[in-house]
Design a protein around this ligand. Structure first.
Ligand SMILES: [Zn+2]
Length: 481
């Protein structure tokens, strides 16, 4: 039995993010994997001789935006290079990527792990094109190829080996995904392969020792699987070293069906991709003015938003995490609290009644059938004691389930509290119906307040405001019959 505790685990991640540009990285083909196989390609993206690529400026801008948000250095000159390797899903025989002059160098991703702040350094982030897809058909005993994905823009984000556990790697990935979604540069749909991850794993006896031989787990497309795959690989390496053998550099794959890893190929040396600058693509200069312009448009990062919400709206650590999970929810919270001038109420509403409606109806916050104006109007009614707290909640649910306006619902359901003397009449009636209890109450039995309260609520069908009733019940002590 091996023990993780005796080992220092070292993990670095390479994350491929498919940018959500309209067209592919070097041609005008649509950047989407929909449509019939091989219907979204042209001579450029499948590399026919003589076809000339041109870089997609939108992909470059989106990559710069990421670099700014991750505190990276944006290079003033970027160069595309050919990465030569042979694989059937790569019809050109090389992948156009970046080698010596990537768009972004250095940088960091900050996040919380076990409630503690953690920072992972980035080595670089560069642009490259995606390959096609091989589809293996057991039925036809054949492998088909779909080149629709060929040439889609990928931003490869490479971290330094700063992660120390599988759980930490998962938390880093979650933060990275959140940041990218806040920036709006990719949809990050992992099921569609829009965010894929390679994990480099090695172990050593302690933090000060030099890094051990690392292995690479390829192309994992779920946070859960990344965590599981890393755990398996750490255990495999521990077992090897504890039995006195050596870890060999290799590439592994994770199979989610059997929840296991297997070796794809043993690497004797780092693969030689014979990189060279792409002769068809010019060196791209990025003016500092352009970078400043993008910087100006860079939205608040999730971590900064969380910290600001904690300070500005007094949200707890956990509540800020839940609310900032998605930019839409965070924006909604901010609108709502500004509208009703009460962040605590906005938080309770969002994480309570609204979260339940979203879950029940399986919709996103943008499809919520209640407008912020209606929430604000409802809150106003509650603050002015025109509706009871119970009816406030009831009304939210009715609003969510009907197509009518708040005014119509209020009329139809007769939920507005009657502020006139009729409540006092009701209270007196209840008191007359229970003379013995009234007598005891007048003689100082305070607990009978609860008894009267229950009777009155029943009589008024909860239309009355409890705070007001309590005040009015007090009057029974001094009022004559
Ligand atoms: Zn094309």
């Amino acid at each position: 039995m091996n023990s993780n505790l005796n080992w220092n685990i070292v993990i670095g991640l390479e994350v491929h993010v498919q940018l959500n540009t309209n067209t592919k990285l070097f041609c005008g083909c649509k950047n989407e994997s929909l449509g019939n196989p091989n219907s979204r390609c042209c001579p450029i993206c499948i590399g026919l001789p003589g076809a000339l690529p041109a870089p997609n400026l939108s992909a470059i801008k989106k990559s710069i935006l990421f670099g700014i948000a991750a505190n990276s250095k944006i290079n003033s000159k970027i160069q595309f290079a050919r990465k030569n390797y042979f694989y059937p899903d790569l019809p050109k025989g090389y992948q156009t990527s970046q080698h010596y002059f990537p768009i972004c160098e250095n940088g960091e991703i900050q996040f919380f792990f076990n409630k503690k702040p953690k920072s992972v350094r980035l080595t670089r982030a560069h642009l490259e094109e995606d390959a096609g897809k091989l589809i293996h058909s057991v039925k036809n005993q054949a492998t088909h190829i779909d080149l629709n994905r060929c040439g889609s823009p990928l931003l490869e984000i490479v971290s330094e080996p700063d992660l120390r556990s599988a759980e930490e790697a998962r938390a880093y990935l979650a933060q990275l995904k959140q940041l990218i979604q806040y920036l709006g540069i990719s949809n990050c749909d992992m099921e569609k392969g829009q965010l894929r991850c390679d994990a480099n794993v090695s172990i050593r006896k302690n933090e000060n020792e030099k890094l051990g031989t690392r292995t690479e787990i390829k192309n994992v497309n779920s946070f859960k699987f990344v965590e599981k795959a890393i755990k398996h690989e750490v255990n495999r390496q521990i077992e090897i070293l504890e039995s006195g053998r050596e870890v060999h550099q290799c590439t592994l794959q994770y199979d989610d069906k059997s929840d296991s890893i297997s070796i794809l190929r043993i690497k004797e040396d780092a693969q030689d991709y014979r990189y060279f600058p792409c002769p068809d693509l010019p060196l791209v200069s990025i003016e500092s003015k352009k970078i400043d312009k993008i910087k100006f448009s860079c939205p608040e990062t999730p971590i900064n938003k969380r910290l600001r919400f904690q300070k500005e709206y007094q949200l707890s650590f956990i509540d800020s995490e839940r609310i900032c999970q998605s930019l839409d929810i965070a924006n909604y919270f901010e609108n709502l609290s500004n509208r009703i001038f009460n962040p605590k109420e906005a938080k309770n509403l969002l994480l309570g009644a609204i979260a339940k409606i979203l879950k029940d109806k399986k919709i996103s916050i943008n499809d919520l059938p209640i407008s912020i104006e209606e929430f604000s109007e409802l809150y106003q009614l509650k603050s002015e004691d025109k509706i009871s707290n119970l009816n406030y909640k009831k009304l939210i649910r009715i609003l969510a389930d009907s197509n009518h306006s708040l005014t119509k619902i209020l009329e139809d359901n007769n939920l507005i509290i009657e502020k006139d003397d009729s409540i006092m009449d009701d209270i007196l009636e209840v008191a007359n119906e229970h003379p013995k209890e009234l007598e005891r109450f007048r003689n100082g039995e305070e607990k009978l307040k609860g008894f009267f309260m229950g009777q009155i609520m029943r009589k008024t069908q909860i239309k009355a405001n409890p705070k007001e009733i309590i005040k009015l019940i007090e009057n029974l002590k001094i009022l004559s019959d």
